[in-house]
Write a protein that binds this ligand. Structure first.
Ligand SMILES: *[C@@H]1O[C@H](CO)[C@@H](O)[C@H](O)[C@H]1NC(C)=O
Length: 272
């Protein structure tokens, strides 16, 4: 079980076309064709006005961290990279169909500071995020925690009262746990985290947004201190300071592998 503000370790493992004419215009809900971007104003089209700054969905060229040229999330998290993780999960895994690169990129549009900064910092943050995701979900296999017997209800957190019969066990890319995390994430993202925590295991967009909400709230600010600091934030109480050295090494292994794939040095202070 995790301590406050930590995620529980629930892992039980077992080219821009400059067309300025809006096409297929559908404002607000952005139900664009797959090859079109949804602009910041909710219109479908291609080119920088649609795919650039503020682009909400589709093949955006500047989702999160787009300001730094070459460091944008959409360019770093290629289909090859994303599926390279997922392909290591077994055929029967629920996450195989649930977790998609598009779902991830759509969620990133709600968190423009994710992966922002210099190209190198952006790559390190993305590598760190996916290292934890890989570990928590077993290569994007698990959508829900296997052991569903724990409620993860902290009644001391009166701001986020547990709903009757609801369980706040691990769900989604970072296996978010606890009533207070579900409650706060729901408030920030716009779903009822306390009354329907299962949404995190049913709606792919909300699922990735929940993971990114946790990341931006608890982890983003320490990325520049080294990967070890991110382990501390994700599950430090259970793993750091010699408690689970092998688990720590597993996380570090994923991180250094992803840094290598992105062509960036992993930096210092990898362990915790
Ligand atoms: C699930 O968690 C509970 C409480 O921590 C534990 O007692 C039980 O043995 C676990 N079940 C399995 C199948 O691991």
């Amino acid at each position: 079980m995790a301590l406050k503000n930590d995620l529980s370790i629930t892992f039980v493992l077992l080219g821009i076309v400059a067309l300025a004419i809006p096409r297929n215009v559908m404002s607000q809900n952005c139900n664009c064709a797959p090859n079109l971007c949804c602009s910041q104003f909710g219109f479908c089209g291609t080119g920088v006005q649609y795919c650039g700054t503020g682009c909400k969905a589709g093949p955006c060229t500047s989702s999160g961290g787009g300001g730094s040229g070459g460091g944008s999330v959409v360019n770093i998290v290629t289909t090859e990279f994303f599926n390279g993780i997922k392909n290591q999960a077994g055929g029967g895994c629920a996450g195989k169909s649930f977790y998609t690169r598009d779902g991830f990129l759509n969620a990133v549009n709600s968190f423009p500071e994710f992966g922002s900064g210099s190209a190198d910092n952006s790559k390190r943050e993305i590598a760190a995020f996916f290292a934890h995701v890989t570990h928590e979900t077993g290569h994007l296999c698990f959508v829900e925690e296997i052991n569903k017997s724990n409620k993860y209800c902290d009644q001391g957190k009166t701001q986020y009262p547990c709903a009757p019969g609801k369980f706040y066990y691990g769900r989604g890319p970072l296996q978010i746990t606890w009533n207070y995390n579900y409650g706060a994430a729901g408030k920030a993202i716009g779903f009822n985290g306390l009354n329907s925590p299962e949404t995190v295991a049913k709606d792919p967009a909300i699922s990735f947004k929940t993971a990114l909400w946790f990341w931006m709230t608890n982890v983003h600010s320490v990325v520049n201190q080294g990967f070890g600091a991110t382990i501390q934030k994700v599950n430090g109480a259970l793993e750091c300071n010699g408690k689970q050295p092998q688990t720590v090494q597993t996380r570090i292994g994923y991180y250094t592998d992803y840094c290598k794939k992105f062509g960036v040095s992993p930096g210092q202070n990898l362990s915790c």
